[in-house]
Design a protein around this ligand. Sequence first.
Ligand SMILES: Cc1ncc(COP(=O)(O)O)c(C=O)c1O
Length: 394
Amino acid sequence: MSKTKTYDFDKLVARENTNCVKWDLRETFFGKADILPLWVADMDFETPDFIIEKIKDRMEHPVLGYTIRPDSFNEAFIQWAKQKYQWDVDKEWMNFSPGVVSAVTLAVMACTLPGDEVIVQPPVYFPFFRCVKGLNRVLKHNPLREKDGRLCMDLEHLEEIITPKTKMLILCNPHNPGGSAWNENELKALGDICEKHQILVLSDEIHSDLVFEPHKHIPFAKAVPSGRVKSITCMAASKSFNLAGMSTSLVIIPDKQTFKLYNEMLQTVHINMGNILGSIATETAYAEGWNWLHQLMDYLTANRDYLSNFVKIRLDSVRMLMPEATYLAWLDLSKTGLSEEDLNKLMVEKAGVALNSGTMFGQGGEGFMRINFACPRSILTEALEKIEKALNTV
Ligand SMILES: Cc1ncc(COP(=O)(O)O)c(C=O)c1O
């Protein structure tokens, strides 16, 4: 069924009163409940029907006891990685985490010591900061630089800030919030530096399936094999198939010693088991998800282009970095001259739209906001028209 079916991403799905972070926490985070939420990175589309069906099938059995992930779970991912990224993953490299952020935290705990330095590349997905600082490691910043409308890694600066205490770099591949899908040359150049200084790379690849043509997702561990640089790659079906509430992620660690360190930490924290429905949902996504994902990407591409044209033609004071990946766009509103506080006020109170403030993402976020365009076109249009109206009053 899922191989041929056509999906309707224009369909409006009421998410209110489902304990949904994006819709049900508007009042808590923005002080106002009647605003259009284009903030949290999940999608306002229905989770694929063939996944829901598999979950329902499992619910026919009346016992939900302790569970394992079967071989077919690993096999589904291995096939996906082979076909989608031409990446050969060995079953022995595969491990687990409920979430990607918890994998980052476990990796920092397992592979570094208090006082060690961990590098991040802001503006970047902000929970990374806490994974490092919360564990008394030293957070070092290698800010991305904008070049021709794209956020790029500054490898010269990276070399300058590395010290003997630098043990890990957290890569966001593809990058949230800039949308850069790192290419092979960039990953190899980063790998050269990390090899020279023996730095472990934690590559967060949660957005790996959301890459727009003609760009491609290249796993860091594929571009830079583990014989050269030790790496931990985090992937999940959670973003691509709208399964974030299922708390199931994959952690791929080719280096045996690093695998052991991570695995021991996972067992210590005792979160290795995962949950029954999360593993069923994830396996089904990888085994059956090609057609759905293909249609999703067509819809997201059209939304991205619509958003980009709207910004160009109707929002004089806004500039958008064209994302190569992710359903998130990075909007430069610095031309408005408004402070962060005033920008937030304008969006929430005047426009009635919830966006993420750029400064949440660290250095380089000043004057920016992040918008999530994984929603039916009618919601995106309404939000943009509200933003246009509010900006016209500035
Ligand atoms: C780059 C990145 N990593 C991790 C996450 C969250 O992952 P999880 O919910 O699996 O912890 C997000 C969610 O927006 C993200 O954008």
